[in-house]
Design a protein around this ligand. Structure first.
Ligand SMILES: NC(=O)c1ccc[n+]([C@@H]2O[C@H](COP(=O)([O-])OP(=O)(O)OC[C@H]3O[C@@H](n4cnc5c(N)ncnc54)[C@H](OP(=O)(O)O)[C@@H]3O)[C@@H](O)[C@H]2O)c1
Length: 317
């Protein structure tokens, strides 16, 4: 089996004092490890958490292990635009300059449902909530340049359990097609990738670089709607490990590379992938960056149209 991509050790020792990163979904899985690593390198980390009490407990865990680590927890429900606005307001009140925004939070293969604002759950939480958060934090990212926006996408933007990743601009919310949890996840993760692409174009010359990443197949809580977590974490754990499932430390490497490596601005809008599962097996080794085998990931017209439509849906047109 191919070896996962790992950050060069020097990157994870870089002094990040004076820098501030916002990480969404930082109380769990890949987001927690990303936040912990950035804080351990001296950055101030703002943890955007749907359950702030859990975020506070996890922040304390980081402080206990890393004396002097600076973490702030802000309530953030990406399925509620009012909460996203309140989160951004709170961040901007304490930080007028940001070094990075890691749009990491996400849900996968959820039962059919809607966010508070009437969006299909997965495109609403994974994409639209992050579009609003990003737009509201852009002034601070521009002020903090050089800065990064890292969208945590997935190799499932290509195909998720046999469903091709496509964006249906006329039916983003599965109102005229039958709902399918995997098709909705694939659409939302393709949206993460296309958002980074369109954003990168719009940010040319500002010193803010946007990219997207696939973190690998990682043992986190993400699978909770697909299998009981105790099956993943206990019964199946050895088999899943042999099949390539990695621990969150490995899963955070691609986000950390995209957030910290010096050469990333040379690849604005690009897609960085850990080992993955793609329709073209030659892509399974991933790459920092790599070209997605999904033709829809290279459709600039759709990327631009989705960006415009998303801004309008979240009230920013
Ligand atoms: N694990 C994998 O194999 C894998 C593969 C490819 C891509 N990814 C991507 O990696 C990212 C991180 O996921 P993970 O694997 O670390 O899973 P995870 O452990 O389930 O973490 C997901 C995080 O997102 C948060 N979240 C969920 N709904 C939210 C909402 N409405 N508002 C704000 N935050 C919300 C969760 O908060 P709660 O704890 O409160 O639920 C949690 O902090 C996701 O974007 C996922 O699509 C993961």
């Amino acid at each position: 089996m191919a070896k996962p991509h790992m950050c060069p050790p020097a990157l994870l020792e870089k002094d990040l004092s004076g820098q501030t990163f916002v990480v969404t979904g930082a109380n769990s899985g890949i987001g927690f490890i990303t936040a912990r690593q950035l804080a351990s390198q001296g950055a101030t980390v703002v943890m955007g958490c749907r359950r702030p009490e859990d975020g506070e407990a996890r922040a304390q865990e980081i402080r206990d292990g890393h004396t002097g680590a600076t973490l702030e927890v802000v309530a953030l429900d990406l399925g509620d635009l009012a909460s996203v606005r309140a989160c951004a307001e709170s961040v901007l009140k304490s930080h007028d300059a940001l070094t990075g925004l890691i749009n990491n939070a996400g849900v996968m293969n959820t039962p059919e449902g809607k966010t508070s604002d009437g969006f299909e759950t997965q495109i609403g939480v994974n994409h639209l909530g992050h579009v609003l958060l990003t737009e509201l934090l852009l002034p601070a990212l521009k002020k903090g340049h050089p800065a990064r926006v890292v969208n945590v996408s997935s190799c499932f933007h290509d195909q998720a359990m046999g469903r091709d990743g496509v964006i249906d601009l006329d039916d983003l919310f599965f109102e005229t097609r039958d709902y399918d949890g995997w098709a909705a996840y694939a659409q939302s993760k393709l949206a993460n990738l296309l958002h980074a692409k369109a954003l990168a174009k719009s940010l040319e010359g500002t010193g803010v670089t946007a990219v997207s990443v696939h973190p690998g197949w990682v043992r986190t809580n993400l699978a909770r709607h697909s299998m009981p977590l105790w099956v993943q974490n206990y019964i199946m754990r050895p088999i899943l490990g042999l099949m390539g499932m990695v621990e969150p430390w490995v899963g955070a490497q691609t986000s950390l590379y995209a957030a910290l490596a010096d050469d990333v601005p040379e690849h604005a809008g690009a897609y960085y992938s850990q080992l993955g599962v793609y329709r073209d097996k030659s892509c399974n080794r991933g790459g920092w960056p790599m070209k997605s085998p999904n033709p829809a990931a290279h459709d600039e017209a759709t990327a631009d149209a989705l960006y415009d439509k998303s801004r309008a849906l979240v009230g920013l047109a």
